[in-house]
Design a protein around this ligand. Structure first.
Ligand code: NDP
Length: 237
């Protein structure tokens, strides 16, 4: 079986990087499902309503995909949020919301995906982290902590499930133009752009191309890796 006919689930497929990844997998011939909370998912993609902070909704989303398309063979854990503020002003709620979505939410979907992958003796887990998880970022202590934790998660998963033909990798995007970064002021964007060797912000397609590679037959022996898609911003980390 070519990987391009396998079943993919992208979390957070309503917009931004997740939406573009769902479209890219669809266009490459995969059978694609995507979760959404608000908005919808692209045409030709099975939409499943799901808030990843709720285990019941995660289970229901997977049950629906399994009934409609079959077991999830490629999981792209993309859903994520920011709640930026300096440490001294960071409330328990700012911390908890980000950890519960980016880290515990990812754990919930990975755990639900793992058993069918083990049974099927095939799985590709792709976790969307961030350059910030490696470099750190003032005002993003919660976000950076949640994103660096995904590296430990992918590498532990590689050790647990590697012998079952399940790979787990991390994509660490740099600064990508989406709603998440649209809230930043011009001075911050200009400062980032100066620090990016490529001299430009990344595009959602840049991240989608990396996800397609990690899901492909060609990447079957790549596991526990962190693939930066950041124009060189995080080099050396
Ligand atoms: P967006 O804000 O554009 O999209 C975030 C997506 O996550 C939305 O589809 C949103 O769904 C979904 N989401 C958020 N919370 C939940 C939840 N509790 N349950 C289910 N879905 C949820 O962000 P981006 O596309 O920019 O980011 C996508 C991923 O890439 C994130 O993990 C982000 O941290 C990471 N990233 C982004 C970078 C960037 O520069 N943009 C850089 C590095 C990493 P809905 O809108 O329906 O609520």
């Amino acid at each position: 079986m070519s990987n391009a006919s396998r079943v993919v689930l992208v979390t957070g497929g309503s917009k931004g990087i997740g939406r573009t990844m769902a479209e890219a997998f669809r266009d490459a011939g995969y059978r694609v499902a995507a979760t959404y909370r608000s908005g919808g998912v692209p045409d030709g993609v099975l939409g499943v309503a799901c808030d990843i902070t709720d285990q019941g909704q995660v289970d229901h989303a997977f049950d629906t995909v399994e009934a409609e398309l079959g077991p999830v063979e490629i999981l792209v854990a993309n859903a994520g949020v920011t709640k930026d503020t300096l440490l001294m002003r960071m409330s328990d709620d700012d911390w908890q919301q980000v950890i519960d979505t980016n880290l515990t939410g990812t754990f919930r979907v990975v755990r639900r995906a793992s058993r069918p992958m083990m049974r099927g003796r095939f799985g590709r887990v792709i976790l969307i982290s961030s350059v910030v998880g490696l470099l750190g970022s003032a005002g993003q202590l919660n976000y950076a902590a949640s994103k660096s934790a995904l590296i430990g998660m992918a590498r532990s998963l590689t050790r647990e499930l590697g012998s079952r033909n399940v790979t787990a990798n991390v994509i660490a995007p740099g600064f990508i133009a989406t709603d998440m970064t649209a809230v930043l002021d011009e001075a911050t964007i200009a400062d980032y752009t100066r620090r990016i060797p490529a001299g430009r912000l990344g595009a959602v397609d840049d991240v989608a191309a990396a996800a397609l590679y990690l899901a492909s037959d060609a990447a079957g022996y790549v596991s526990g890796a962190v693939l930066p898609v950041d124009g060189g911003l995080g080099m050396g980390h």
